[in-house]
Ligand binder design. Sequence first.
Ligand SMILES: [Zn+2]
Length: 318
Amino acid sequence: MATAAANNQKKISYRAKEVTKCPVCATTHFKEELLSGSGRLIAGKLTQELQRLYEDNKKWGKINPLVYHVQVCPKCLFAAFPKDFTTLTSEEILALKNTVAHRQKVVETFFGKYDMGENRSIVHGAIAYMLNVDCYHLRGPASAPTPKKAVSAIRAAWLLDDLFKEANYRPYDKLRDFYYVEAARYYKRVLDTMTSGIEPMEESAYILGPSLDFNWAFDGVIYLNSYLTRKFIDQMATNPKDKYAIMDSSRRYLSKLYGSGKSSKSRPSVIIDMAKELYDEMGKMMERFRIEYDPAFAEQKAKEAAEAAAIVAAAQKA
Ligand SMILES: [Zn+2]
């Protein structure tokens, strides 16, 4: 009895009253939802990746609301944001039916046998976002899969980082970095698709986040594309000319964000400040890449450096 009472006090989630029937395999489940209130979530700082951290909570333990966000069928491992869970076309159902074994293998390879019907832990959360990336890959443009893959990839990376900190004997860091690079690539594609109109952007506006406490919307997409490109440029391209080109394209979008200069309620000054800093850092990195592949530019830069050194030496003599 005492244990039951203690468990009850520790209750952080509940099951939805309405059953969900999987459109792919017809298995039913009750979605787990996070209980809010009673000081379960204490917001901490915002990271450079626009990730909202949560303070450790004496009464409730460690809770990360991201863990509960994606809906997953425990049988066939079809995953989607709740709004997209029951809106599959017949082609999408077929593609998802044909890839059940692949999804099971992804989970088993990294985590062993895992029951996605259990109450969720960080591991379930990481798996849910990894599956989400795979499943949106099979969806048509109507559900705006590209931004959903971008957001899912960065959240997978965050949760895998949490796991790595808890159990660093497993190669979660490698898997984490894989999803960071995926996120960098998808965020770039979001910028391209947003301007082309291939995917209806209003379909994804509500999930851009990338955290749950504030939606940085398109500003966040521009900023994160540059942030992740700068951080993972060595994994995104091998030669300095390609690195320069990728960074140049991201930085042009970034200049529009910080060039606007004005902060507002939907655009807090913190993102403009971070964008400015990033813009300058990327400029310096691009100069180094160009020195590597452009001999004339390297020569000019060497000449400038020699002239500057001569001026300093002359000033010191005087
Ligand atoms: Zn299913």
